[in-house]
Write a protein that binds this ligand. Structure first.
Ligand SMILES: [Zn+2]
Ligand SMILES: [Zn+2]
Ligand SMILES: [Zn+2]
Length: 247
């Protein structure tokens, strides 16, 4: 809105804003706020149903604006104070959170260390287990080797046994032959004995017997003279039909 600069009043009945002469009552008006005379053009504004001049309108609007602005500034200051209060408590909370974070970080570090030491312990256990596994495997290998060696020596022993068995068989075979020979010898010995016994049964002996045979068999003395009756003929071995023939 262009505000025309007020002209110096020339007459009493002039618009104080533009200097227009107000000849008739209808062409002018007194501002209901400041009471000054103004033309129709500069008195078209209204405030609370009162007709006012442009200057009063502007200053009224300026006041309204100033009031509303100062209210708004006050509100904003209140808001700012609230925000400051909040931010103070935020700062406090942040400091508390920082402390908590520090504590948690410390706790976390401690847990990390504990975990690390536990991990080390577990690794140690795993290593120990690995070592004893290796030892067990070595022991199993040694046992396998020992079993192989035992199998080998078992084979050797079996071979020796079968050799001994063969030798025993041979020995038994020889023994059998020897026993057979012994039996044969015993049989012939028994036969000879029985023959001899026959000879010794004097009743059945032939009357003719040489002196030598009589001595050998120690014939009873009462019979000896009878048996030796032909001995006068000298050592007639050919005449001895008993012992000499048997032997
Ligand atoms: Zn005017
Ligand atoms: Zn006015
Ligand atoms: Zn004889």
């Amino acid at each position: 809105m262009s505000s025309p600069s007020p002209s110096p009043p020339k007459a009493i009945n002039q618009c104080y804003m533009c200097g227009l002469a107000l000849k008739k009552k209808a062409s002018g008006f007194a501002c209901e706020s400041c009471g000054k005379l103004v033309c129709d053009v500069h008195s078209k504004k209204k405030k609370e149903n009162k007709r006012i001049c442009d200057n009063c309108d502007i200053s009224s609007k300026c006041n309204e604006y100033r009031n509303s602005t100062s209210d708004r500034i006050k509100e904003m200051e209140d808001e700012l104070n609230g925000v400051k209060k909040h931010s103070r408590s935020f700062i406090h909370e942040i400091a508390e959170l920082d402390n908590k974070i520090i504590l948690m970080t410390k706790g976390l570090d401690k847990k990390k260390e504990e975990f690390k030491s536990k991990e080390d312990g577990i690794q140690e256990v795993i290593n120990e287990e690995k070592r004893s596994n290796e030892e067990r495997l070595r022991a199993i290998k040694n046992l396998d080797e020992a079993i192989d060696t035992m199998k080998e020596s078992e084979k050797d022993i079996e071979n020796k046994y079968s050799k001994l068995d063969k030798e025993a068989d041979e020995i038994q075979e020889k023994l059998k032959k020897v026993l057979e020979e012994i039996e044969f010898l015993e049989n012939s010995l028994n036969k000879k004995k029985s023959d001899a016994e026959k000879c010794l049964r004097w009743d059945s002996v032939e009357k003719l017997i040489c002196k030598k045979c009589t001595e050998i068999f120690e014939a009873p003395p009462d019979r000896r003279s009878v048996l030796m009756r032909d001995d006068k003929a000298g050592p007639a071995i050919s005449g001895c039909k008993t012992i000499c023939v048997s032997f």
